[in-house]
Design a protein around this ligand. Structure first.
Ligand code: CP
Ligand code: NVA
Length: 326
């Protein structure tokens, strides 16, 4: 499967366009670049499954700064670097001088002298922007409060594998509409021409400037973005149904309040009856069963959440290769 055959003559230009770039949001990349990354990810997956060596990053080291917990992101980036012939260093912000007040700019300059790339998971999106501004090496966003672009590469790859295409599909997202996953999903859907319908309670809608910018991209790709408070309308005829936790990392104190407000947006078999018969269900994980999604759905036949988790590895290896390869 390839999504970029028609761009093959542009392969070299696209490869060059990634060199030394940061990966902070999906919006920073063109539609062609996103499709190119997905194609590279399919190639990475095939090579790994067939045992074909692919040491594109021999001798390279990725630093991985974590200010929040992680299972998938940490493991998939670390294993990805090892499979590419390089190394990864786990850096907890608690153990770094950053955690004791060393400035982001000094940290960026120092790390640039040792490393070939930095993946960072943090709170404020401005932190990764500041790191990128002062570092001489690629910075990869491994999740901030407002974006989770690496997740969305894996999601698009999973949808492509299961549906054979991305354009003209309808993706429905139900739940907390104002989080990192939704924002990157909006940007990603727009880039690949997939319709996206988001339904969340009033006050939990996505960031309006992200939506407005993405709408311009979607229009150029012939797709739509709709934001509403109506889960029934949003899920109608959906090919892909997605949700995420109701309280993201850093919002734990709001958990109880959110449980009540978000209940009508739970992904359950009642609502899913309105989706297409062959819909697939995605969740970035970790999931809270019987909150944002019932066990029946996440453990049922429509769920592809473990393919999605696996695809973090393949999509990120593609990303690491294009950003860090000489
Ligand atoms: N989906 C995701 O980013 O998982 P982790 O929080 O486990 O890294
Ligand atoms: N929205 C979730 C995603 C976790 C991978 C969070 O930020 O906690």
């Amino acid at each position: 499967m390839s999504v970029v055959n028609k761009y093959e003559d542009k392969q070299h230009t696209l490869e060059e366009s990634f060199k030394g770039k940061d990966f902070l949001t999906i919006a920073d990349f063109s539609s062609e670049e996103i499709l190119y990354l997905l194609d590279e990810a399919l190639d990475m997956k095939q090579k790994q499954k067939q045992g074909i060596p692919h040491p594109y990053l021999q001798g390279k080291t990725l630093g991985m700064i974590f200010e929040k917990a992680s299972t998938r992101t940490r493991i998939s980036f670390e294993v990805g670097m090892l499979q590419l012939g390089g190394n990864a260093i786990f850096l907890s912000s608690k153990d770094l001088q950053l955690g004791r007040g060393e400035s982001i700019s000094d940290t960026a300059k120092v790390m640039s002298r040792y490393l070939d790339g930095i993946m960072i998971r943090t709170f404020a999106h401005e932190t990764v922007e500041e790191l990128a501004e002062h570092a001489d090496i690629p910075i990869i966003n491994g999740l901030t409060d407002s974006h989770h672009p690496a997740q969305i590469l894996a999601d698009l790859l999973t949808i492509l594998e299961h549906k054979g295409k991305l354009k003209a599909l309808k993706l429905c997202y139900l739940g907390d509409g104002n989080n990192n996953v939704v924002h990157s999903l909006i940007e990603g859907s727009a880039k690949v021409g997939m319709d996206i319908a988001i339904a969340s309670p009033a006050g939990y809608e996505p960031n309006s400037s992200i939506v407005e910018s993405a709408k311009l991209v979607a229009a150029s790709q012939g797709s739509t973005i709709s934001v509403s408070n109506d889960p029934i309308e949003a899920i109608k005829d959906a090919d892909v149904v997605v949700t995420d936790v109701w309280a993201s990392m850093g919002q734990e104190s709001e958990q109880e309040k959110r449980m009540k407000i978000l209940q009508p947006f739970q992904v359950n078999s009642n609502l899913c009856k309105l989706a297409k018969d062959d819909f697939i269900f995605l969740h970035c994980l970790p999931a809270h069963r019987e909150e944002e999604v019932t066990s029946e759905i996440i453990d049922g036949k429509h769920s592809v959440v473990f393919d999605e988790a696996e695809n973090r590895l393949h999509a990120q290896k593609a990303l690491l290769k294009v950003l860090m390869k000489d």
